[in-house]
Design a protein around this ligand. Structure first.
Ligand SMILES: [Mg+2]
Length: 411
């Protein structure tokens, strides 16, 4: 299944935060700068009215004042920006555990596995996210929605402030390709000079340029930039280091061929549940519920959820519960195009464990052995890579692309 990735960019971040405590300045040209007393101080951020005067980030106060004599200068409060950044990322993590900050005011979100919990419409969710940022913090974001990180980032830049831009496999040549090649992530000065020499001015020019030739010119980096331009970026959204426990952990996949019959559907669920269990254990969380979404070849979606007691992080138990859901809501002789398995109602593993210790039965003993076994499998995967072990019943290539290591060292 194509991933659903958001790139969220806080608009004029420093200036917007400063204006929260100076609402009376909102409609005047305002810039935040290192040292307002010094003519050589540097502009760190500016609001929309200042942008209209061509005030630019990183120019000196002196340069900016020449273009905009009435520019209001405010000193920077870096601690406050850090606080807002943390809070905004915590809000993002209410929608997915896969949140990767990129600097203080930008983050990628991979919502592939959780989108269906919020209505299933990517643009509607992006709009909801914008509304929540505005109402909770008084700040605005622009959101790029796409199937890879590079295009999502271009999307958040495409229209701002406070806008959503959807870049799909169908519309990207129209939206992305006319943009200057220097807008592309990681086009540094060296690459830009080489591109210039070969007449590559737009992202589209780069995409149609011969990939082998680019490899000869710029090495691995050149090939990677070519992939970026042509929509082939597969780098994963890496969860934040700054840890907030996830609210849900989901995994979805569109199968290359429709699943036919109960055995194939069960095997498909098992592979997805296996990945979900691995990620739950990585977060040291167990789930008290599971949700299953099924898509038919006609794009009819159905989703059901159920409570789990006791809480679990075991692939086998997740699979069993999800298969029971499928049995209850789906005619198992109908073909299935895509499946999503999502662990919901998460609690920390140690809390779940404390409940369990109250009754030690043979059943629990068996469960503990299973937990130990799946823990061992995690260790093997960590050592030999995620492909080292797959569920016994894997029918077809199950690997989810966003868990593969990033090409060429990633981003
Ligand atoms: Mg920004």
């Amino acid at each position: 299944m194509d991933r659903v990735i958001f790139h969220c960019d806080l608009n004029s971040f420093y200036a917007s935060v400063e204006l929260l405590s100076h609402p009376e300045l909102r409609h005047l040209p305002v810039a935040v700068c290192g040292d307002p007393a010094s003519r050589h101080g540097i502009i760190l951020a500016k609001n929309e009215p200042a942008k209209a005067f061509q005030v630019k980030t990183a120019e000196t106060i002196w340069q900016a004042k020449r273009k905009c004599p009435n520019l209001v200068l405010l000193p920077a409060h870096h601690g406050v920006y850090q606080e807002y950044s943390k809070k905004v990322n915590a809000l993002y993590q209410e929608f997915t555990d896969l949140v990767e900050p990129f600097g203080i005011d930008e983050s990628w979100l991979d919502v592939t596995g959780t989108l269906h919990l919020f209505g299933g419409d990517a643009v509607a969710l992006a709009n909801q996210l914008r509304d929540e940022i505005r109402s909770r913090f008084g700040l605005t974001i622009s959101v790029g929605v796409s199937f890879n990180k590079v295009f999502a980032k271009l999307g958040s830049d495409y229209k701002k402030p406070d806008a959503t831009t959807l870049i799909t496999r169908e519309n990207f040549p129209e939206i992305v390709w006319p943009l200057p090649v220097t807008d592309l992530l990681y086009v540094g000065r060296a690459a830009a000079q080489t591109f210039e020499k070969f007449g590559i001015r737009t992202i589209g020019d780069l995409a149609v340029f011969d990939r082998e030739h680019l490899f000869d010119l710029l090495g691995k980096n050149g090939a990677q930039l070519h992939d970026f331009a042509s929509g082939a970026d597969k780098s994963p959204v890496a969860p934040a280091n700054q840890y907030t426990p996830p609210k849900s952990v989901g995994n979805g996949y569109t199968f290359p061929k429709n699943l036919q019959g109960r055995d194939e559907i069960k095997a498909g669920i098992a592979q997805l549940a296996d990945q979900v269990a691995v990620r739950l254990r990585k977060h040291c969380m167990k789930c008290q519920g599971i949700s299953l979404a099924i898509r038919s070849p006609e794009f009819r979606d159905i989703s059901r959820q159920t409570r789990l007691d006791p809480p679990t992080d075991l692939a086998r138990e997740l699979t069993q519960a999800a298969v029971e859901l499928a049995d209850s809501c789906w005619n198992m002789s109908n073909p299935v195009r895509a499946l999503t398995v999502t662990a919901i109602y998460l609690i920390p593993s140690e809390e779940a464990g404390a409940q369990l210790d109250l009754f030690s039965t043979a059943q629990d003993e068996k469960r503990r052995r299973l937990e130990k076994l799946e823990g061992t499998l995690d260790a093997i995967r960590a050592k030999y890579g995620p492909g080292a072990i797959a569920p016994a019943s894997t029918p077809r290539d199950p690997k989810q692309e966003h868990h593969a290591p990033p090409p060429g060292g990633g981003m």
